[in-house]
Design a protein around this ligand. Structure first.
Ligand SMILES: [Zn+2]
Ligand SMILES: [Zn+2]
Length: 69
């Protein structure tokens, strides 16, 4: 299981609702964590799988891995 910076981040990253099997289709899923790139992003609900990479946790302000280092 991946380590996350805080409980809020973990809750959002691991949140899966029972109405949407695809997290990108769920308006309640805000944060996507890419295990491949080890980066975090805000899910942009435009019907696709767009993610806006974020560099800092919005809750605890921890610097996040962005997959570029
Ligand atoms: Zn955090
Ligand atoms: Zn949902």
């Amino acid at each position: 299981m991946a380590e996350h910076c805080c409980d809020m981040m973990r809750a959002h990253v691991e949140n899966v609702c029972d109405q949407h099997t695809d997290r990108f289709e769920c308006p309640d899923c805000l944060i996507h964590h890419s295990k491949v790139r080890d980066s975090y992003g805000l899910i942009i609900h435009d019907g696709g799988t767009s993610v806006m990479t974020i560099s800092y946790c919005p809750w605890c302000a921890t610097k996040l891995p962005n997959g570029l280092d």
